[in-house]
Ligand binder design. Structure first.
Ligand code: HEM
Length: 399
């Protein structure tokens, strides 16, 4: 359950209780959620809480219950970021002048290019929410063309479905590559996250699901305990952003990733910055899809460019386990390592939009050199695999 939906549910839960009680404990689903193999906490700066694995399993069960209630019929959408504003083709090229110390994994070879599909999205759990409403904005990059020695730790579950014979080819259409091994980089339009770890996040969603009358009274305090003041502040900041065009926005990984393997591996975060942010006509607030339409207009006439930058952790005081805490750029500067080019194109076609919805992104679709780090990332492995698989199984059963 996304932070946006969780905070809203926390506030609305009192109303639910008055209407007879909300009971999304996830009990009906938890038995089927196998957290094994759960990622070990053996990367730079990592440490695991003894309750983490059980909390991650419980959160996945609660999300399954929540989605089942939300979508009693038909297609189950992603729990977080269900509204895509477009899936675009792009090229991801490693900079020729990338610092030698950062030439690892995807970035090993200066000048190398990867084909990519980027999904832009809004965070809120309601896929019909108009673009004018404040929200977190997502950018999820999927890189293809990995070499045979570049094997991601987990594969895109869509592999079994691809290439899709029922999907008409739309040139240039990278969507049929969706079954190939990929390296995904997932970002949101804010540098820091709201929850420190699985245990805190579970406190938040677990309390929302309680049917005890006492729960309504203590709920705000438990939310505070789950996120802390800094987490609540971050949650408000993440969800209050209004933008005119996703192509001219900055995005951050929020949570850390390893760079390298073995004893020389370091912790890093990453960010994507637009190269230019031209002054554009203000969007039409009456159009609920104005972000998609702004991207269509831009890419009909010109390409968009971003730089991909890596932020190495320069001090052990910069936390790996608590993504509510910023790594200040004055202490840990970003280094530009790659250039993303989104060429002119018409991405807004029915087959492409259908194919876009079928893609699965996960921080764990990653080479070992870019392994996700920290509690929030470790739990995302169980949660994204479970929820993406659950949505696909429901879809297959409905056919
Ligand atoms: C409490 C921790 C988190 C939980 C429970 C969570 C949960 C989820 C779920 C269930 C999905 C949909 C997966 C699917 O059905 O395919 C999702 C998608 C997504 N999440 Fe998270 N997430 C968490 C943390 C984060 C963080 C730290 C980021 C920061 C970058 C993030 C960014 C995204 C984005 C951008 C998507 C959409 C990606 C796409 O286009 O497919 N999430 N999240």
């Amino acid at each position: 359950m996304s932070i946006t939906s969780t905070i809203r549910l926390t506030l609305l839960a009192t109303v639910c209780m008055a209407l007879g009680g909300c009971s999304e404990t996830g009990d009906a689903y938890i038995a089927n959620i196998d957290p094994n193999p759960y990622p070990p906490a053996d990367g730079p700066g990592e440490a695991m809480d003894p309750d983490e694995i059980q909390s991650a399993r419980r959160i996945a069960a609660i999300i399954e219950a929540h989605l089942t209630n939300m979508y009693p019929n038909g297609q189950i959408r992603r729990d977080a970021h269900p509204k895509s504003t477009g899936c675009v083709d792009a090229t991801f090229t490693v900079n020729n002048d990338i610092p030698a110390a950062l030439r690892v994994g995807i970035f090993a070879e200066p000048g190398r290019s990867y084909r990519a599909v980027i999904r832009f999205s809004n965070s809120n759990e309601d896929p019909t929410r108009p673009d004018r409403d404040p929200d977190g904005r997502g950018m999820a990059i999927k890189l293809f063309d990995l070499q045979p020695n570049q094997v991601p730790m987990t594969a895109d579950p869509l592999a079994a479905l691809s290439p899709r014979a029922d999907m008409p080819f739309v040139a240039p259409d990278n969507m049929t590559l969706a079954g190939s091994p990929s390296q995904d980089f997932i970002m949101i339009s804010h540098p820091v996250f709201a929850a420190a770890d699985a245990v805190g996040y579970r406190k938040l969603v677990g309390n929302t699901d309680s049917t005890s009358p006492l729960a309504a009274i203590v709920r705000p305090f438990v939310a505070l305990e789950g996120l802390g003041i800094s987490g609540i502040k971050n949650a408000m900041a993440i969800t209050s952003l209004k933008i005119d065009n996703p192509l001219y926005q900055r995005y951050w990984s929020m949570v850390p990733y390893r760079l390298g393997t073995g004893p020389s591996a370091i912790a890093t975060k990453f960010s994507v910055l637009p190269v230019v942010t031209p002054a554009e006509a203000a969007p039409d607030p009456a159009d609920p899809e104005f972000l998609r339409h702004a991207m269509v207009r831009t890419l009909a006439k010109q390409e968009a460019k971003f730089v991909f930058a890596i932020q190495p952790r320069t001090e052990t005081t910069l936390p790996v386990e608590d993504p509510r805490v910023d790594w200040p750029e004055s202490v840990a500067p970003f280094h530009n390592v790659a250039t993303i080019t989104v060429p002119t194109q018409n991405f807004n076609t029915a087959p492409r939009n259908t194919a876009c919805e079928l893609l699965s992104y996960s921080p764990w679709h990653a080479l070992p050199e870019h392994r996700p780090l920290g509690a929030v990332n470790r739990m995302r492995k169980v949660i994204y695999e479970t929820i993406s698989g659950f949505r696909r199984a429901k879809e297959a059963a409905a056919k």
